[in-house]
Design a binder for this molecule. Sequence first.
Ligand code: ATP
Ligand code: MG
Length: 196
Amino acid sequence: MAESRKVVIVGIPGVGKTTIVSKVLEMLKAKKISASVSIFGTIMFEEAKKNGIKNRDELRKLSVPEQKKLQSMAARRIASINDDVVIVDTHAFISTKEGFYPGLPHNVLEILMPDIFIMITSRPEEIYNRRMKDTSRDRDIVSIDAIKKELDVTSAMLSTCSILCGSPIKMVLNSEGKVDEAAKAIVNGMGYNNGS
Ligand code: ATP
Ligand code: MG
C-alpha cells in the first residue's frame, strides 16, 4: 500500500482551520480521494476525558508534562491512519501559563513525519471578530496586537518544523467570506487541481 500523504494545517485559534479543512475534505471526496481530517485537540481531548477533563478548551490549562503525554498519544493514533491523504488540524503553539508551548514538538514530528505544513492566516482584525462572534468555543479574547504576535510566533515555530522534517510550508490566506478559495488553494497545493 502506498504511504499516506500527511498534511499538517496550523493557524492561531479562530483563523478558520476547522472550517477550511472540512471544505477541503469535501473537495477531495468529490475527486474520489480517500482522505480524513484529524483535529489534534479533539483527539487529545478524547484521551484526556479518561482522566476527568470535561471541556476541550481546558486542555491548554493542563501542565506542560500532561499536555506532552496527551500529544504523543494523539500523534500515535493519527500516524496509524491509512487514507491517501491524512489531514491534521492543529496549532503551531499553545498559550500555556509557562509560555508558548509547541503544538508540534520534536517527538510529535518524529511520529507524524508531515509531508507538508500549511499555515492559515487572516487579517488580525478578522481573526479578532471571528473569536468574538463564535460562541461555540471558549477562546481567550486578546487584543489585536496580541493576535499579531500570535501570528509571528506561529511562523517562527513552523519554520523549525519545516527544517526538522525537510517539508515545505505553504501560506494560505483565509479572507472574510472566502472559505472556498482558501480550501481550493490547499487542494491545488496538493496537486489535485484537475477540473474546477
Ligand atoms: P480553533 O483553533 O480555536 O479550533 P479554528 O482555526 O479551527 O479555531 P474555526 O472554528 O474554523 O477556527 O473558525 C472560527 C470562526 O470563524 C467560526 O465561527 C467560522 O465560521 C468563522 N470563519 C472561518 N473562516 C471564515 C471566513 N473565511 N469568513 C468568515 N467567517 C469565517
Ligand atoms: Mg478548530
